[in-house]
Design a protein around this ligand. Sequence first.
Ligand SMILES: *[C@@H]1O[C@H](CO)[C@@H](O)[C@H](O)[C@H]1NC(C)=O
Ligand SMILES: *[C@@H]1O[C@H](CO)[C@@H](O)[C@H](O)[C@H]1NC(C)=O
Ligand SMILES: *[C@@H]1O[C@H](CO)[C@@H](O)[C@H](O)[C@H]1NC(C)=O
Ligand SMILES: *[C@@H]1O[C@H](CO)[C@@H](O)[C@H](O)[C@H]1NC(C)=O
Ligand SMILES: *[C@@H]1O[C@H](CO)[C@@H](O)[C@H](O)[C@H]1NC(C)=O
Ligand SMILES: *[C@@H]1O[C@H](CO)[C@@H](O)[C@H](O)[C@H]1NC(C)=O
Ligand SMILES: *[C@@H]1O[C@H](CO)[C@@H](O)[C@H](O)[C@H]1NC(C)=O
Ligand SMILES: *[C@@H]1O[C@H](CO)[C@@H](O)[C@H](O)[C@H]1NC(C)=O
Ligand SMILES: *[C@@H]1O[C@H](CO)[C@@H](O)[C@H](O)[C@H]1NC(C)=O
Ligand SMILES: *[C@@H]1O[C@H](CO)[C@@H](O)[C@H](O)[C@H]1NC(C)=O
Ligand SMILES: *[C@@H]1O[C@H](CO)[C@@H](O)[C@H](O)[C@H]1NC(C)=O
Ligand SMILES: *[C@@H]1O[C@H](CO)[C@@H](O)[C@H](O)[C@H]1NC(C)=O
Length: 538
Amino acid sequence: MLDARCTIMFANLLLSACIISSALQARAINVSVPLGISSNTTEVSPSHISFSIEQDRWTDWVGATVKNEFFSNAITNLAELTGQPPRFRIGADSEDHTDFQPGLNFSELVFPVPSAAIPYPEASSIVVGEAFYAAARNLVPGTHVTWGVNLRSLNLTAAFLEAGAIAEAFNSFSASSGLVLDAIEIGNEADIYTFNGGRPANFTIEEYVPQWTSFASNVSTTVPITANTTTKFWGGAFADSDHSTTGFSPQGLFSNGILRTAPGMLIDTISQHVYSGGGTDCGSTDQCIQDMITKAFIRGNLSQFIPDIAATKSHNLTYVLGETNSYFNHGSANVSNSAGAALWVLDYAFFAATLGIERLYFHEGVGYKYNFIQPVTLNVSIDDATPLPEPLPPHIQPAYYGAIIVAEIIGNTGGLSVSELSVNSDTLSGYAFHSNTGQLIKLLFINSDGFFASSGSNRPSVHLDLDFTGTGQPSPSRMTVKRLEIGHADDTSGLTWGGQTYETPDGLVSGTLSLEEGNVTDGLDIPATQAVLVNLHD
Ligand SMILES: *[C@@H]1O[C@H](CO)[C@@H](O)[C@H](O)[C@H]1NC(C)=O
Ligand SMILES: *[C@@H]1O[C@H](CO)[C@@H](O)[C@H](O)[C@H]1NC(C)=O
Ligand SMILES: *[C@@H]1O[C@H](CO)[C@@H](O)[C@H](O)[C@H]1NC(C)=O
Ligand SMILES: *[C@@H]1O[C@H](CO)[C@@H](O)[C@H](O)[C@H]1NC(C)=O
Ligand SMILES: *[C@@H]1O[C@H](CO)[C@@H](O)[C@H](O)[C@H]1NC(C)=O
Ligand SMILES: *[C@@H]1O[C@H](CO)[C@@H](O)[C@H](O)[C@H]1NC(C)=O
Ligand SMILES: *[C@@H]1O[C@H](CO)[C@@H](O)[C@H](O)[C@H]1NC(C)=O
Ligand SMILES: *[C@@H]1O[C@H](CO)[C@@H](O)[C@H](O)[C@H]1NC(C)=O
Ligand SMILES: *[C@@H]1O[C@H](CO)[C@@H](O)[C@H](O)[C@H]1NC(C)=O
Ligand SMILES: *[C@@H]1O[C@H](CO)[C@@H](O)[C@H](O)[C@H]1NC(C)=O
Ligand SMILES: *[C@@H]1O[C@H](CO)[C@@H](O)[C@H](O)[C@H]1NC(C)=O
Ligand SMILES: *[C@@H]1O[C@H](CO)[C@@H](O)[C@H](O)[C@H]1NC(C)=O
């Protein structure tokens, strides 16, 4: 068992003391791992983990006049691992509360009164000028952006002015910036306009399609968006999907003819939004965390989209989760920002990839509980809006480790593909990764058995034995193991990835890299609430 052997501290090449594995007898699981080229793998986009930004405080993220160094570092960490930065979708709920005033210096925001449940509410009114969009110049070079314009207000002039200012901003960026406007999104979650006063209760997909088309027609001329431009439209962006041809869903868009309209022909991506639920009625913080990371919960939440993905792909369109995260209303306190969320990100992102979801835009807003990154100093608690004893500088939250690990697995060689391993366990997920030449090179295991501060001192562990099947390459004999170590699933800090931390003042990695070398035949131990990356070699 690997834990019982030796840990090699690579940075100083000292052989540290051998770690004695848990006194508890580890539960043993055999996992069958397919070698060589498999027909059942899915290529993972280098920007598989991307971000959606609530646009009211957009300039806080990148920096208005001066680049936000912390944010830039946190994104550059990811870009360096995969060779390209995460993509951004900017807009969300506040996109539909945005008006435009030419010449305005950035933005004028009106915020509702914060509550314990929502300490950082999104602005109820947002008026922006050209400079608001031009702040995108502070994004990490090479970033691709999808930006939303207001449909809910049914004010074509506002959407037209916003789209024009977005186009003008991107036209002003130098080619060497590599900043690309991927798409314009017209309206956020139009399917729930009926709940938020945007449309009458009898608003249907049949009425939505011509409204979208009339706005998109204008925007396509304004930006411009044509068959020959890189910039296209995103379609959908619905809060839910009823999966039917008569409701708000990709199927409903297609059956109502959107792709036969002139601007509809310029849709290249269908975007769906999804959260796992409210995260408030699971009984306790620990139970909510356990639910969030549970294998069946994640699979159930994502599998509902299988027919939507198939319908989208039948039209050769890309399918993304354009806005997603763990629990809605900005996350569940002490749950969405818990260490467990890092495990959730890993399992959620790779399971989504196996379903053919091209990219996930994890939603972020200043002070939201489910953030990967808190880009500016916070003065009130994200849990309950109580004033903090002292200001909390920019920092990453546990979910960020999930993004780092996904990016590290994807790497920068291109063409990495994923398949889920069949693991006979309710609490252990496994994924196999094949290189662009079809060789099995890495494995990821996620032990989602929650180990909490209240769990006592005996931490359960599973022992895994790997059984290679198939042909096409020699069976790997050796492995390098890298662990995401978590104190407790309900901790909100103190994680380490290969012994290193990203919980630093500048967001850059710190600490000595710690990896374990082992023989594949020995298998490995995985303690509860831990993820391990296994790099295989001869
Ligand atoms: C794992 O496989 C080995 C060798 O095939 C076998 O002896 C052992 O019983 C298996 N263990 C489990 C838990 O299935
Ligand atoms: C515009 O806003 C920025 C950032 O808040 C500020 O530094 C600058 O002075 C403002 N410019 C004008 C002309 O008001
Ligand atoms: C788009 O709408 C604006 C505002 O109503 C209008 O001024 C403009 O002429 C429209 N453009 C096109 C191409 O329809
Ligand atoms: C529509 O938007 C324009 C531009 O922001 C604004 O001047 C106008 O007052 C708006 N119209 C309505 C009816 O709100
Ligand atoms: C929806 O309800 C409004 C009244 O709120 C009515 O005027 C309209 O005709 C209804 N539309 C449909 C399609 O039923
Ligand atoms: C797109 O490019 C093709 C080939 O250059 C050209 O024939 C066509 O007219 C262009 N279409 C548009 C909408 O610009
Ligand atoms: C996610 O799964 C949980 C558990 O089955 C369920 O309660 C929740 O409604 C699901 N959420 C979605 C969006 O499917
Ligand atoms: C999708 O692309 C394939 C391959 O290019 C093509 O054969 C097929 O006709 C396309 N389908 C649609 C609906 O455009
Ligand atoms: C979150 O955790 C903190 C620290 O343990 C605690 O003070 C607070 O009451 C918790 N908030 C909620 C809503 O559970
Ligand atoms: C917290 O206070 C500092 C100092 O006043 C301010 O710069 C910062 O914008 C505040 N943070 C938020 C999220 O409002
Ligand atoms: C392919 O992978 C999918 C998703 O992981 C799985 O549901 C399916 O059973 C696999 N098919 C085969 C033939 O292995
Ligand atoms: C791996 O196996 C070799 C012999 O096959 C042995 O010399 C070495 O000590 C083993 N390494 C570990 C970490 O167990």
